[in-house]
Design a protein around this ligand. Structure first.
Ligand code: SAH
Ligand code: SF4
Length: 390
């Protein structure tokens, strides 16, 4: 479907992870409605049964086949032999003092991934992972420290959403999804775009496409896929010129800024939507006033907003978070230059759920004391987060 693998940074990795269990069952959450129809047809079953099962699972959240009362008894007995409704088990569920929640999922083979639920006044955003580890090796990112172990399957991506959805309080609803957890979503386009189809379709979870955002480090050829899927695009800029960007994001050597920004212009032309550019502030590296000026110059003419993310610390990164004053100065400079900027409260730092703090490696403590820290601390009100408001 996609010819998106030309940038595959790990050509030897399997492209698809087997969705069939050892017993030969197929995982329901790996399928679109069309997939299930084809699957049932192959088993000699009526195709309209697919619609019925989808309604039970996504509309009613019923996965106990015995309760699917409009299916014949004999079919109900057969289903468990051919379909599984397993979701990635939740290994850990942590709550931050600021209301952010982090979920750790078991994705088999000793691997785990994280998703983060971020509440705000008018929305409930779920930040989900697309890969175990990441091959893009951005220097400031905790996930990037861990090389790609494998790409998640569709059911593991949809599964993160369903597990969190099933644990919401009455009346709550996930309003937005951002692919800003672990991994580079455009390095796993097959599963990412299929899961988007499941999550937005009327037969699936019915989330508006405009409430789904894919964030990329800049895999230029695949940006077109984000436009094709009619979902929103966020781009991790993180460097105001090629020299700095290549230093902190090696992918820039392959797709330098000119190519990246041309692809961004094309995205905005086709979708008429604006792009969010994420910009991580690294002390002494990306946080100077000349960088602010370069950023504004670079993005001139591209309908966009800039989401400033003060660097979130993690052990052994070698980078520092700028002072509150410097962050504020950078923010003010961008505004002065006419940019549309977001700088929000950092969420979930105390449970290592903030941007760039997600990983499965063992050298990270589970919680940290941020009580003395203003930005990201409990008493700070106006500062920015990586988890954007889009
Ligand atoms: N791989 C995708 C999405 C996941 S990373 C991407 O790179 O866009 C989500 C965001 O977290 C990116 O904008 C990235 O620049 C930012 N990020 C990574 N490490 C960070 C850190 N330590 N502090 C703050 N933001 C970080
Ligand atoms: Fe991967 Fe994104 Fe982290 Fe870069 S910032 S290493 S692309 S997860």
């Amino acid at each position: 479907m996609f010819n998106a693998y030309e940038n595959d940074t790990s050509a030897n990795e399997p492209k698809y992870i087997e969705t069939t269990t050892p017993e030969g069952k197929v995982n329901f959450y790996s399928m679109t409605l069309e997939d299930l129809k084809a699957f049932l047809k192959g088993k000699g079953k009526e195709q309209f049964r697919a619609q019925q099962i989808f309604k039970w699972v996504y509309e009613q959240r019923v996965t106990d086949v015995e309760k699917m009362s409009n299916l014949s008894k004999s079919f109900r007995q057969e289903i468990p032999d051919i379909l599984s409704f397993d979701l990635p088990p939740v290994l850990k569920h942590l709550k931050s003092i600021d209301g952010t929640q982090k979920f750790l999922f078991d994705v088999k083979g000793g691997n785990s991934v994280e998703a983060v639920l971020i509440p705000s006044d008018d929305r409930l955003t779920l930040c989900i992972s697309s890969e175990v580890g990441c091959n893009m090796a951005c220097k400031f990112c905790f996930t990037g420290k861990q090389k790609l172990k494998r790409r998640l399957t569709t059911e593991e991506i949809v599964g993160q959403f369903m597990q969190v959805h099933d644990r919401l309080e009455p009346g709550q609803r996930i309003s937005n999804i951002v692919f800003m957890g672990m991994g580079e979503p455009l390095d796993n386009p097959e599963a990412v775009f299929k899961s988007i189809e499941v999550l937005h379709s009327p037969w699936g979870m019915m989330l508006s496409r405009r409430k789904i955002t894919v964030s990329t480090s800049g895999l230029v050829p695949q940006i077109k896929l984000v436009a094709d899927a009619k979902v929103r695009l966020a781009v991790s800029l993180n460097g105001s010129n090629d020299e700095i960007r290549s230093r902190v994001m090696p992918i820039n050597k392959k797709y330098p800024l000119k190519q990246l920004l041309d692809a961004c212009r094309e995205y905005t032309r086709v979708t008429k939507d604006r792009i969010t550019f994420e910009y991580v502030l690294l002390k002494g590296v990306t946080d100077q006033m000349e960088h602010a000026r370069e950023v504004v110059q670079l993005l001139k003419g591209i309908p966009s907003k800039i989401n400033i993310i003060p660097f979130n610390e993690h052990p052994g990164s070698g980078y520092e978070r700028p002072s509150d004053e410097q962050i504020e100065k950078f923010h003010t400079e961008l505004i002065k230059l006419g940019a549309h900027v977001l700088l929000r409260r950092t969420m979930g730092r105390d449970i290592y759920a903030a941007c760039g703090q997600l990983t499965t490696v063992k050298d990270r403590p589970e919680t940290m004391d941020i009580s003395n820290s203003k930005i990201g601390g409990t008493n700070e009100r106006h500062f920015g987060s990586g988890q954007p408001r889009l």
